[in-house]
Every structure is written in C-alpha cells, then in structure tokens.
Design a protein around this ligand. Structure first.
Ligand code: AHM
Ligand code: MG
Length: 335
C-alpha cells in the first residue's frame, strides 16, 4: 500500500470528529495542536548530535531528576504551541512543579480541556540515539468554564480521559492516539512533514511472549513479580519468554502493542510506588492499552480507577497483553 496516497492525520481528525460524543471541533483543534508540537520536537530530536542540544541542562525537575536540554526544549515547545492556540485552559507537565493556568489570551480560559503531558519520555536515552517519546492525556475540566483551572481539573481518574496518545521519535516517527473509539497509528513522512494513517484500529495480541522490565532491580521486586519472572523464564512448550527492555516506555509499550507482551515497572524497596507517574505516563498508556484490547493495573487494581491525590504521584505499572497481565496479577495476589 502506498501510504502517501492514504489518509493523513489531519483528514482523520476531521472525519472522526463526528464520532466523538461532545463534538464541537475544540478537541480536534487541540489534537491538531499536539500534532504540530510533535513535529517541532521531532525536528529537534533528529538534529541531536548536529546542534548543541545533547546533554544535561544543568537543573533538576520536581522529582529530583536531572533535566536534559531536550527535555526542556520539548516541554517549552508543547506549552507554547498549546497555550497560544486557545485550545486548552490548563497544562500539567512532568517537567513542571505545578500546573499552568492558561490565561494569556482573552478566550483561553474558555476552553474545556486540560492536557497532562510527559514531553520527552525516556530522555536518559537521548545521548545514545535510542528512541524517546511524548505521552499526552486530555480531560474535560470539572470546574466551571470561564474560570481559571484548579488542581481538581487535573486530579481526575484515568477513566475520565477523553483522549490519550503517545509519539515515538524512533527509526520513524509515529503518533498513536485514541479518543475512545479504538487506537490508530500514524507515521510521519519527514520530507513533507505529514503524518499518514499507517496502523488503523490497532489491537494488542491477547497473548504474547515478551516481558519488559528492568531486571537489574530484581532484588528489590515484590515476591509476586519475582514469581512472575520465574514463570516467564520457565522451560515449557511456549516458554521461556523473550526479555526486551529499551528503558523508553513509549518504545517498549509500542513493541508490545504490535507483537504482544507485558511491560512492568513494579514497586521496590528503592521506589515504594515504582517510578512511573500515574497522570503523565500510566493513565494515558492504560487508556490506549484498554482501547486496543489490553490491560493495565498496578498489580492489583485497574490503573484508570485509581483516584489521584497529587500531580506527580507514582504507581507500580503492569501493562500489555491481557492474558499476560492477568497471569502477573494472579501471582501478585498469591504472594
Ligand atoms: P522519564 O520520564 O524521566 O524519562 O522516566 C520514565 C522512563 C520510562 O520511559 C522508562 O520505561 C523508565 O523510565 C526506565 O526506568 P529505569 O531506567 O529505572 O529502568
Ligand atoms: Mg517519562
């Protein structure tokens, strides 16, 4: 199939607007703005190594993690692009201490939507030319329109998401998203700057044979996770499974989406709630996984049913092929 004659992301957004229950065109404009920001970030990521954009920025984010120059660039690119278009009334970013109230134009606080974003996920991989990504999550505000957004607009359960997606800046750049009617993937043609629908109606295989976890932390894992790893490694007709860990959630998740597999970032004595953030990483990936027929839990409970209590909250994360996640949950419950 020649994708260049196929449907573009812009056309897809407009055509599918009618399927969205609150359809007013506002969400379409918001997703188009995210599309634009991803192209800006993609351009910069592709130049890494040629221009002075690799390496550390020299500061730490709210979680005490060292920020890379590209983290800072991507964060600013998304915030600027979204806030100047009157498409969101608030933004929360993994890179910022607090949420941002968008009040820079007369109409900006009239928007219904807030965006939560991890602008450059897996950024410790940038300097070695390994895939990085962007993850985003969109909610309708719960406080009255026309007033400045409040913390409760951001601390919503994942099951209230109206859209979520991720971008991989990899061997090719892809944008994958859902608005609750399945998951569709688009691949960027970099020479003309257009995303084309390359992966319509994506489904995660119910079973898989890839497990993805930072096994270096094994000693700190809960017993249930250790038991699950033993299960994965046991010699049986369909096992041992294959171990693949890139250390870039978007890339590990995307591989599992296409091939079947499970991604686990469990709790551990070093990190009692794991590493990944509920609002910027786990909820959007959980929404996409479920929309593709997969599953996402914290080992015991559905990720999207967790009531967030703070912006940068972390949770253990088990996500991917339905049957694999259920097996892991069974061993967690038994331990
Ligand atoms: P980041 O948002 O600071 O980049 O952290 C999230 C990343 C994920 O992409 C990845 O799966 C995980 O951290 C890797 O962590 P570790 O190096 O502990 O295995
Ligand atoms: Mg991240």
């Amino acid at each position: 199939m020649n994708l260049e004659a196929g449907q573009t992301l812009g056309e897809f957004i407009i055509e599918n607007q009618k399927d969205f229950k609150y359809s007013s065109g506002e969400l379409s404009r918001l997703i188009s703005s995210i599309k634009l920001a991803t192209k800006v970030v993609n351009h910069k990521v592709n130049q890494a190594g040629l221009v002075d954009i690799l390496g550390k920025f020299g500061s730490e984010n709210i979680q005490g993690e060292e920020q890379q120059k590209l983290d800072v660039f991507a964060n600013e690119a998304f915030i600027k692009t979204l806030s100047q278009r009157e498409v969101v009334c608030g933004i929360a970013s993994e890179e910022n201490d607090d949420f941002i109230q968008i009040t820079n134009t007369v109409n900006s606080h009239l928007s219904k939507y807030v965006v939560l974003i991890d602008p450059l996920d897996g950024s410790s991989n940038i300097d070695v030319n390994v895939s990085v990504g962007t993850i985003f999550s969109i909610y309708r505000r719960v406080t009255p329109e026309g007033t400045p957004v409040q913390i409760e607009d951001f601390l919503q359960k994942g099951n209230q998401q109206v859209a979520a997606g991720y971008v991989i800046y990899g061997s090719s750049t892809m944008l994958i998203y859902t608005t609750g009617n399945g998951v569709n993937g688009f691949t960027l043609n970099p020479s003309i700057g257009t995303f084309y629908l390359s992966h319509p109606n994506m489904r995660i295989p119910e079973d898989g044979n890839i497990y993805s976890i930072n096994e270096g932390n094994y000693a700190h894992f809960p017993q249930g996770v250790k038991d699950y790893l033993k299960y994965c490694q046991k010699v049986e007709e369909d096992r041992p499974y294959t171990s693949r860990y890139i250390g870039s959630l978007c890339a590990d998740f995307h591989r599992n989406m296409l091939k079947g597999g499970i991604y686990i970032y469990p709790s551990g004595s070093k990190s009692p709630n794991g590493k990944l953030r509920l609002l910027y990483e786990c909820n959007p990936m959980a929404y996409i996984a479920e929309q593709a027929g997969g599953k996402a839990t914290d080992g015991f409970q559905r990720i999207m049913d967790i009531q967030p209590t703070e912006l940068h909250q972390r949770v253990p994360f088990f996500c991917g092929s339905k049957n694999m996640v259920e097996k892991a949950e069974e061993l967690m419950a038994n331990s």
